[in-house]
Ligand binder design. Structure first.
Ligand SMILES: *Cc1c(COP(=O)(O)O)cnc(C)c1O
Length: 385
């Protein structure tokens, strides 16, 4: 059953319908066409990049970005342990294996632990080929710092910006940093194409390489010649039309999520033991608001709070289970798990809250009211909030 107040569902309307039908009526039904070209131009502009290549998913985009970055079978790639599985899956798809780096308090990849991992790998004579930090929940990581650390150790810097379209960081727009960066347009993201992704870069040769790999590595001759095996990863022109309409509405979609964030901020200012993951809201696209719930101060576990909200038709979800607890990644050796307990703590105490643009201010006020009530009835002193 769909929850009454869902976690994050897309907001689509007349503009999406109009552009979709326009693409349909134009006859451009294949993974080529004017809407796809316009979508790529819009993405390059939004992310301050020379080139954007739209593909069928964010995961496909990450896979191609790693290949274009020169990651080869047997290589190791440093990723944050606190992320969605796709970050790690792309590393495995490229034949490489992940080195799992713990978070700092904001949830982003810890620069100190990254430095330690890169230095140690270098010392052992098996350097880490690339790093792929993530802009967790729409907050741009410190890519200037992470990128400088990577460069000092000869590792390529690829950015998983799947969650941060529209945000800004110290170095500029989300997606503008790293040799290559990646966006996702999955259904739950800040802008959706139903499904889709994109690779961004300022290097034409890399962009051309990615387009080539995404189109079955077909040579530019009429007789279907292939010098290597590629992938069928291109995005449908129809879906690009949907993505284009969403990107046109990005400010509006972000504005709604930021207004929800402001309400959650007010809640946290009022109730002891609640804070928002990610530090301040500077530049954040506020894709998802995740609460960090101090069990001592609130008397509540995240499970108890989540179940209490669910009983009122409100959907909340735990923060991502870190990669180092995923059975699918059991084979990552202990030496490639550079952890200090931060992601475990954020996972145990983090709860993502309803953040959909279609939710009304009254909906979010209700979520806040239910959280207040849950804390008040649970707290040992009984008089908080
Ligand atoms: C959504 C997401 C992806 C994958 O995108 P898809 O389009 O779903 O394949 C990759 N990384 C992160 C951090 C994501 O949140």
């Amino acid at each position: 059953m769909t929850p009454r107040i869902p976690l994050s569902v897309p907001s689509v309307g007349p503009r999406e319908r109009e552009l979709l039908l326009e693409a349909f009526d134009s006859g451009w039904i294949a993974p080529a066409g004017p809407q796809l070209d316009a979508f790529e131009r819009a993405l390059a502009e939004l992310t301050e990049r020379r080139r954007a290549i739209a593909v069928s998913s964010g995961t496909a985009a990450l896979h191609l970005a790693l290949l274009a970055a020169g990651v080869r079978p047997g290589d190791r790639v440093a990723i944050p342990t606190l992320t969605f599985i796709a970050t790690a899956a792309a590393v495995v798809h490229a034949g490489a294996s992940p080195v799992l780096i713990d978070s700092d308090a904001t949830g982003s990849m810890s620069p100190e632990l990254l430095e330690r991992a890169l230095a140690q790998a270098e010392g052992e004579g098996r350097p880490i080929a690339a790093i792929m930090p993530v802009d967790l929940y729409g907050k741009v990581a410190d890519h200037e710092r992470l990128g400088a650390i990577a460069a000092a150790h000869g590792a390529v810097h690829v950015v998983d910006a799947a969650e941060s379209l529209g945000a800004t960081g110290t170095g500029g727009a989300a997606g503008s940093q790293g040799l290559l960066s990646v966006l996702s347009f999955n259904g739950n993201k800040i802008a959706t194409a139903s499904s889709g992704g994109a690779v961004l870069t300022d290097v034409d040769a890399l962009a051309d390489r990615i387009r080539h790999l995404a189109t079955q590595a077909r040579q530019p001759v009429v007789h279907y010649e292939h010098l290597e095996i590629g992938f069928n990863y291109r995005l449908s022109n129809i879906l690009a039309a949907l993505g284009l309409a969403q990107v046109e509405r990005l400010e509006e979609l972000m504005g709604a999520r930021r207004a929800h964030r402001a309400r959650y901020r007010a809640l946290c200012a009022d109730v002891e033991g609640l804070e928002i993951l990610g530090g301040d809201d500077e530049g954040d696209n506020c894709w998802l608001t995740s609460l960090i719930v101090d069990p001592e101060a609130t008397g509540l576990s995240t499970t108890a709070l989540r179940e209490s909200l669910a009983s009122h038709g409100i959907e909340a979800r735990p923060v991502f289970a870190p990669m180092h607890v995923q059975p699918a990644l059991d084979s990552v050796p202990a030496a490639d798990r550079v952890l200090d307990g931060t992601a475990d703590r954020l996972y145990a105490t983090g709860l993502s809250l309803p953040s959909s643009p279609a939710s009304s201010p009254a909906d979010i006020d209700e979520v806040c009211m239910r959280i207040r009530t849950a804390v008040r009835t649970a707290a040992p002193t009984g008089d908080r909030a």
